[in-house]
Write a protein that binds this ligand. Structure first.
Ligand code: HSE
Length: 441
């Protein structure tokens, strides 16, 4: 029976999960493929402190280049994370004609164009299902199942840490700082949580999904990105009263030949499938022009779920090796859409959404009309205005306003003017409302 040897780079959480899964499912994979898939060798920076079941000690070491240049290794799984070393290793593997599987969203979001064109040049498959939303098969679905459809939008909850924090804040009414601390104690948030809670991780993932959905390279720096540090428990509670949930949303849609792509907290109607996704779970909602609205929900991280996506890609590549002996070139279209063009990203001030705004205003007759007058001057229509209770000792009262769709530029200008009124205090909250929710009604 033919034997395929996998070389694994990185024996961390995902790497260990892949070793475990390949060992556990060895017979099943063999039965399904008629090919034996074995772990050939592993390179890890701390190899001396680690072991891997079924892998002889000599085959687990720190020699990354040795593994990448080893003619006995048929497929490389890059599971070290980070960008520069990962990029170098992936390019070296491809140059040596080895198919690559990676779980690394950062390296693809930053160096994707170089990596994909190297894969194409080498005629080598590059699997990256695990790079977005862990165990959810969204890469394969966008690439294959939606291949004949125009994707109207792809929106997701792509960061489990943020979703855990927002879910806890919603259910317990707790503030952000206290909830983050608990998330760190439970291991759901990193000691340095910036990458997750400031939306950077989600921006990498939506860049990859937009690349697949719209066939465009995406400049990460141009993605308007806002995290969840500024969310107050009171706005989550007011949003609930209005029939919405607050989620960190990453969204991409093509609009008049340009790409509207952004990451920010948003209010979603409570009937939207993404509103139902709690805790560390991830979800992706795709609207196809013909397929209609669809939602995928699952585990976005974790050893076993991510390993399942990595090994799924390995199995797919083994099939390709088995069926044509690796002789035929696999076209790049197998990984990214074949018609590639660069879509310009909409600037933040051009983005249009409905808004939720909370002011703290003096509880006096005439205040409301002054505020609504400013919105009117900027052509922003108001859907709902609610005064929450009566003023306390400082004479101020929360005023919650829901607007119709407006551009960010008009909204910022209106806000500037309203905050300079002597009846409004400087503290305010602003949340965008994701209106795609109506497609799932
Ligand atoms: N840190 C990510 C999250 C998982 O919280 O979802 C890895 O992408």
């Amino acid at each position: 029976m033919k034997k395929i040897r996998i070389g694994i780079l990185g024996l961390g959480t995902v790497g260990s999960g892949v070793v475990c899964l390949l060992n556990e499912q060895r017979e099943l994979i063999q039965r399904r493929l008629g090919v034996e898939v074995v772990i050939g060798r592993i390179a890890d920076r701390s190899a001396h402190r680690k072991s891997a079941e079924g892998v002889p000690e000599d085959n687990l070491n720190t020699d990354f280049d040795g593994l990448l240049d080893d003619p006995d290794i048929d497929i490389v799984a890059e599971l070290i994370g980070g960008t520069e070393d990962a990029r170098r290793h992936i390019l070296r593997a491809l140059k040596n004609g080895k198919p690559v599987v990676t779980a690394n969203k950062a390296v693809l979001a930053i160096h994707g164009e170089e990596i994909f064109s190297s894969a194409e040049e080498a005629g080598c498959p590059l699997g990256f299902e695990a790079s977005v939303a862990g165990g959810i098969p969204i890469v394969r679905n966008l690439r294959e199942a939606f291949a004949a459809d125009r994707i109207e939008s792809v929106a997701g909850i792509l960061n489990g840490t943020c979703n855990y924090i927002l879910t806890e804040m919603t259910e317990k009414g707790a503030e952000f700082a206290a909830t983050l601390k608990i998330a760190q104690e439970l291991g759901y948030a990193e000691a340095d949580p910036a990458f997750d809670i400031d939306g950077v991780d989600a921006s990498h993932k939506i860049a990859i999904l937009a690349n697949l959905a719209y066939g465009t390279p995406v400049d990460l720096e141009a993605i308007p990105t806002e995290g969840i540090r500024g969310i107050d428990a009171i706005d989550i509670s007011f949003a609930r009263d209005l029939g919405f949930r607050v989620k960190l949303i990453a969204i991409a849609r093509e609009t008049e030949g340009r790409l509207d792509i952004r990451v920010h907290p948003a209010m979603l109607p409570e009937h939207h499938p993404l509103s139902q996704v709690g805790g560390v779970f991830n979800s992706v909602a795709v609207v196809g022009a013909n397929a209609g609205p669809q939602a995928f929900i699952g585990q976005g991280a974790g050893s076993a779920a991510t390993a399942s996506a990595v090994v799924g890609d390995i199995v797919e590549i083994v099939r390709w090796l088995r069926d044509n002996g690796g002789q035929s070139r696999l076209p790049a279209a197998a990984f990214l859409p074949d018609s590639r063009r660069r879509l310009k990203i909409l600037s933040p001030k051009e983005v249009r959404t409905p808004y939720y705004i909370r002011f703290s205003a003096l509880d006096r007759p005439g205040v409301l009309s002054r505020i609504s007058g400013v919105f009117g001057n900027f052509d922003i229509g108001l859907e709902t205005i609610i005064q929450k209770g009566r003023a306390g000792r400082d004479d101020h009262v929360p005023l919650v306003i829901m607007t119709y769709e407006a551009s960010e530029e008009s909204m910022q200008n209106a806000l500037g003017e309203i905050l300079s009124l002597d009846v409004v205090s400087p503290e305010y909250a602003l949340l965008r409302v994701e209106s795609d929710g109506t497609r799932f009604a």
